[in-house]
Design a protein around this ligand. Structure first.
Ligand code: ZN
Ligand code: ZN
Ligand code: ZN
Length: 331
């Protein structure tokens, strides 16, 4: 495997013929359950929910795409750039119970999982080789789910993923002209208009974005400005309970429409890694704003929703939000 940079879009892709087999395997046991006979290498563990020896933990991904040892050694290949896939690839086990997914877990359990995620991001950001730490979850066969056990994944990479880079550049441009955070402005307009707000909870808001990429796309953001999720979680651990509850309730709403979804956390890149040619580091704490994006996968017409270059969502966010708000969920 190696990382190659598209010289036009400047985005990195991981490619190679020696791709680890990440297809769901029919194993007679679950490697993430507490009593597993083949436990993966443990990185960090959260103690603390009644009746469980641990509530959430981070382990090394059994088929890691990125490996921690060595230097990326960026090299040219004619006009192209490539580097070794140096990084970290972890599985965040959300819960010790095999079928207690985020939408079924208690708020305390989700809080522990979110705190673990914040700790892992801060820890990985301590490594100056890594420019960005991603956290994501794919649930359902069409979404590319890898493990049955409730899990999310985390990668630390020597580059910033393309979508985040677009957001960082756009947020910086908006800040340059208005001296305000675009996400804070979105939140304030959404709260004023109340056309696309799914729910408010403590300091957090769940909304359907104005220009959705797929029907029922949903975002969760803190209403207080903060660029970095890891720092936010460690400085304000008390807020993670509300975030957990809002995440659980939003997933419950989405699951009344479809069981399959992608979830990704967007947060600021590693500021320890100062890059001369990328000016966005200077105002990043002011212009970027962390958030969670949930992209439901609608099985029936999943393919026709996106024709290659332009997102096409045959349902407006104003209609989607009504269905999500009215969905019958647990308190
Ligand atoms: Zn399990
Ligand atoms: Zn903001
Ligand atoms: Zn985003």
């Amino acid at each position: 495997m190696e990382l190659r940079k598209d010289p036009i879009t400047r985005s990195w892709v991981i490619t190679g013929d020696d791709v680890p087999d990440n297809a769901p395997r029919l194993e007679p046991f679950c490697r993430f359950c507490p009593d597993s006979r083949e436990s993966p290498q443990l990185i960090a563990s959260m103690s603390g929910t009644p009746g469980a020896s641990w509530s959430a933990r981070a382990v090394v991904h059994p088929n890691a795409l990125y490996h921690i040892e060595g230097e990326p050694t960026r090299r040219g290949d004619g006009i192209y750039d490539k580097m070794r896939p140096i990084g970290a690839h972890e599985v965040l086990v959300e819960n010790s119970v095999h079928d207690r997914h985020l939408w079924k877990a208690s708020d305390l359990e989700i809080e522990q999982f979110l705190l673990l995620a914040a700790q892992r991001i801060q820890d990985l950001k301590g490594d100056g080789r890594f420019k960005y730490v991603s956290m994501f979850k794919d649930h359902g066969n069409s979404a590319g789910q890898e493990f049955e056990h409730p899990t999310s994944q985390m990668t630390a990479t020597t580059f910033v993923p393309r979508r985040v880079l677009y957001e960082l550049r756009a947020a910086r441009e908006y800040f340059e002209s208005k001296e305000r955070c675009v996400f804070c402005d979105i939140i304030s307009q959404e709260m004023k208009q109340d056309l696309r707000v799914i729910e408010l909870r403590g300091d957090f808001i769940a909304v359907c974005p104005y220009a959705p990429r797929v029907p029922y796309e949903s975002w969760i953001l803190p209403r207080t400005h903060e660029a970095a999720f890891g720092r936010f979680g460690l400085n304000r651990p008390g807020t993670m309970r509300d975030l957990g509850a809002l995440l659980r309730r939003t997933l419950q709403r989405i699951r009344t429409i479809t069981e399959e979804f992608h979830l990704v956390l967007h947060t600021s890149p590693n500021s320890l890694h100062r890059s001369g040619n990328l000016g966005y580091w200077k105002t990043i704490d002011e212009d970027y704003h962390w958030h969670i994006e949930i992209m439901p996968v609608l099985a029936a017409k999943a393919k026709s929703y996106t024709f290659k270059e332009v997102y096409y969502s045959p349902l407006s966010s104003e209609t989607a939000v009504k269905r999500l708000r009215d969905a019958k969920i647990e308190p």
